[in-house]
Ligand binder design. Structure first.
Ligand code: CA
Length: 237
């Protein structure tokens, strides 16, 4: 248990909710479910928090001071950097028209207040299963590669692959989104964490180690180096 939480980066959530008691309840429950939580108390602060943190999911209240939830949602879905982050809107009962507008602005799901916290957590998990499957314990498979986050095990062509913790996290990130091109900066954020001041070349070193560990006689290199851009797990293996 401890091993898997140390090797898989925990999912991160930004909660944008102005009512202190609600924010507290959400923060407590998402923390208990092993999310890394950041709370913002108004729309402007929320927008800033999402842009800074690049979280895995956003819980967004409809009625907010400074910038409404719908406007925050619209701006996040308009920007290429934040578009893919799933958003769950919290709406008030009976706002059918509002709900529809919520979906037009690109919210991925919504719950109606007063909501059941367990239902909200279940919906958040369902969205993460699509976008960060390893963070909720899902087995990752692509080509001849298989990674089991819970058991901390990697197989290639059915053969066990031995990886250090950094290479394991790196492969997890790549396997969660096959075909996506990751910049070195994005990989640093995902694999090493936001706050560390690490040279970009560190990424190259660990990609090199990962390639070496995954190498098998006659099998293709699953990692593509994209010139001037970064790396991608991209092969037909
Ligand atoms: Ca509110």
């Amino acid at each position: 248990m401890e091993m898997s939480s140390a090797s898989i980066q925990l999912p991160t959530v930004v909660i944008i909710e102005d009512e202190p008691a609600q924010a507290e309840l959400l923060s407590y429950n998402f923390s208990s479910e092993n999310y890394e939580v950041r709370v913002a108390r108004d729309g402007e602060e929320g927008l800033l928090a999402v842009r800074e943190d690049d979280p895995d999911i956003v819980i967004l209240d409809w009625m907010l001071p400074k910038l409404s939830g719908i406007e925050v949602c619209r701006q996040l879905k308009k920007s290429a950097e934040t578009r893919a982050i799933p958003i769950i809107m919290l709406t008030a009962r009976g706002e059918e028209g509002d709900k529809l507008r919520g979906f037009e602005t690109g919210a991925d799901d919504y719950v109606v207040k007063p909501y059941s916290i367990n239902e909200l957590l279940a919906r958040a998990k369902a969205l993460l299963r699509r976008t960060r499957p390893a963070s909720v314990g899902e087995l990752l498979q692509h080509g001849d590669l298989e990674l089991d986050p819970g058991r901390h095990r990697v197989l290639r062509n059915g053969m066990p692959v031995k990886l250090g913790p950094t290479e394991f996290r790196l492969l997890t990130v790549l396997l969660e989104r096959p075909g996506r091109v990751w910049s070195r900066e994005q990989l640093l954020d995902r694999v090493w964490g936001h706050d560390l001041d690490i040279d970009f070349r560190t990424v190259d070193v660990h990609v090199g180690r990962l390639r070496k560990a995954l190498h098998q006689e006659g099998a293709a290199d699953p990692i593509r180096t994209v010139r001037a851009a970064g790396y991608s797990l991209d092969y037909d293996g």
